[in-house]
Ligand binder design. Structure first.
Ligand code: PLP
Length: 382
């Protein structure tokens, strides 16, 4: 098997699994209990928060553990609309994660103005358009750090500065960037940040919302945990697993990012040279080291993925959560790609296990698939 779906999820590291096992066996107390078992759990929680903070470059007090980035993003929406002094208008990039985007757009039915910030043909948000949009006040500006489908990086720092100037809270969904490239909540100057552990070889169902110290943000889930900012007994084993993954990512990030960038460049060079009809999206922009979004002329994403899968290569079309759907990717549409072309897009996302031999095999396979498709002409059974 060649697994090229790391933007959907990653294999938990053995050290993550053993840290979680140890936690569940030996440290199963409730961190809110006053007795020694509870206090031990509380110490584990504090140590894990500090470790995750090192990777996020955020203060431990700024980190609220959640069930993942989807929940974190929903806390952001909730908080933005529960600040009576702020207008009921939010600005979101047109390429945000599908689930988040859907919830934000649904707010229109409740009378909230939701303005979508356009991107250019390379998939970068247009700062000129944001400047225009900022003529009017808003309760939130939300732009992801790196797109999950194309890997294109966004100018987070510039956007945070523009938001700060206007006194508007800025949120960044850094889910795809965390563990792939160094990032710094402190240096970006954002107010809120969402992340998730399972994209960096941690467990599923655990993530964080980072809230800048000093900013009050209304809680979606009432309760006294997480300093009353997210109710519900903490998923301590998940949090400990997140911390183990964060530590591993911090220690290996730079070498791994360089290694994957070289692999991605080899993959793209091979595709362009050898696969007839291939187009790579976002190639003109700075991107994550591991992500390639492509189409092969005349082939649907379903057919491409099926042909790859038959040869043991696992990938997905755009966002994994919308795989299997028949709608073209909203990200590619926002980049100006025609709907019928966007329907053919697949995403190859490399990871820590990907080797150069895998890249050669993927290129050779895609070449064979594209040539067979060309030879079959319009025969849909080919
Ligand atoms: N945001 C982005 C950019 C993502 O890529 C994903 C996952 O695909 C999410 C949010 C959702 O993360 P989670 O699975 O932790 O809810």
């Amino acid at each position: 098997m060649i697994y090229l779906d790391h933007n959907a999820t990653t294999r938990p590291l053995p050290k993550v699994i053993s840290a979680m096992n140890a936690c569940m066996q030996d440290c199963w107390g409730n961190p809110s209990s006053k007795h020694p078992l509870g206090q031990e759990a509380r110490r584990e929680l504090a140590a894990a928060r500090a470790e995750v903070g090192l990777l996020l470059r955020a203060q431990p007090v700024e980190i609220i553990f959640t069930s993942g980035a989807t929940e974190s993003n929903h806390h952001v929406l909730h908080g933005a609309l529960h600040r009576p002094e702020m207008p009921r208008r939010i600005i979101l990039s047109a390429i945000e994660h599908a689930g988040y985007m859907k919830s934000a757009l649904r707010l229109r039915q409740e009378g909230v103005t939701v303005d979508l910030l356009p991107v250019d043909s390379a998939g970068r948000v247009r700062l000129d358009a944001l400047r225009e949009m900022l003529q009017q006040d808003a309760a939130l500006i939300s732009v992801m750090a790196a797109n999950n489908e194309t890997g294109v990086l966004q100018p987070v720092r510039e956007i945070a500065a523009m938001a700060r100037e206007r006194g508007i809270p800025m949120h960044v969904d850094a889910t795809q960037m965390l563990g792939k490239l160094p990032l710094s909540f402190a240096e970006w100057g954002a107010d809120l940040m969402s992340v998730s552990a399972h994209k960096l070889h941690g467990p599923k169902g655990i993530g964080a919302l980072v809230v800048r110290k000093g900013l009050t943000w209304s809680s979606l889930l009432s309760g006294q945990q997480e300093r009353a900012r997210r109710g519900g007994t903490e998923n301590l084993a998940g949090i400990v697993g997140f911390a183990a993954a964060a530590r591993h990512a911090r220690e290996t990030l730079e070498t791994e990012a360089a290694r994957q960038t070289a692999l991605r460049e080899a993959l793209e060079a091979g595709l362009i040279e050898q696969v007839p009809g291939v187009t790579i999206y976002g190639a003109e922009a700075e991107r994550l080291p591991n992500t390639v979004c492509l189409t092969v002329a005349g082939m649907s994403s379903d057919k491409l993925l099926d042909r790859l899968e038959r040869r043991g290569i696992f990938a997905s079309s755009g966002a994994a959560c919308s795989s299997g759907g028949s709608d073209p990717s909203h990200v590619l549409l926002a980049m100006g790609v025609a709907g019928n072309v966007a329907l053919g897009a697949i995403r190859l996302s490399l990871g820590r296990d990907t080797q150069l031999a895998d890249i050669s095999e993927v290129v050779a396979t895609l070449r064979a698939v594209a040539e067979a498709n060309d030879a079959a002409g319009s025969n849909p059974e080919a």
